[in-house]
Ligand binder design. Structure first.
Ligand SMILES: [Zn+2]
Length: 184
């Protein structure tokens, strides 16, 4: 019976890896989240996408998530993600996939570009796990936004309430929609 169970668990691993590849995850994400050999992941990747995965390190630092537009998208994603984690017995990677699908759905409905890739979304959850990033309530609108863990909560104002002037003209209507969509 042990053998049957391991086949089933392997099938589930392949299923998860395939979902991540279809969502355009980088190989590093697959290697971190799925217990399949690198060779098998590479074969799976080529089979699904018809090419080899891009090479190189993931360049992301926490600072990217603090810039204006990415912060709005990251905050929307983390609000969705928080509702997914703890809903049932979903594993971390399953919660990531579900939350990312819902994020894409919301963004699609609002007609906005997908600023947050699944790889960045994964990095974001890792930064939360490591305690480097957290959520802070905006003192102006009350929405929850991604911030560095030691942000001063009593004076925090989010990027939607305090928009950089260069972003204000063209993006204000779309972002009012994002603010409405973001769960509080
Ligand atoms: Zn605000």
């Amino acid at each position: 019976m042990v053998r049957a169970k391991s086949v089933l668990s392997e099938a589930r691993q392949i299923e998860i890896a395939s979902e991540l590849i279809r969502l355009d995850a980088r190989l590093q994400v697959l290697e971190a989240e799925v217990q399949l050999s690198r060779e098998r992941l590479l074969r799976l990747y080529r089979e699904i996408r018809g090419k080899s995965p891009p090479k190189g390190m993931l360049p992301f630092s926490t600072d990217w998530f603090m810039t204006w537009q990415p912060n709005v998208h990251a905050s929307l994603f983390m609000n969705i993600h928080r509702h997914q984690v703890g809903l049932d017995d979903a594993t971390a990677v399953e919660a990531l996939i579900r939350a990312y699908r819902l994020y894409r759905e919301q963004i699609g409905q609002l007609g906005l570009p997908e600023v947050l890739s699944i790889t960045r979304a994964w990095r974001l959850t890792r930064f939360f796990d490591a305690g480097m990033l957290g959520m802070t309530a905006c003192t102006c609108c009350g929405g929850q936004f991604v911030t560095h863990t030691f942000e001063l909560a009593h004076q925090y104002v989010c990027g939607l309430c305090h928009m950089p002037s260069r972003a204000g003209k063209t993006r204000r209507p779309a972002n009012a929609e994002v603010a409405k969509a973001a769960p509080r």
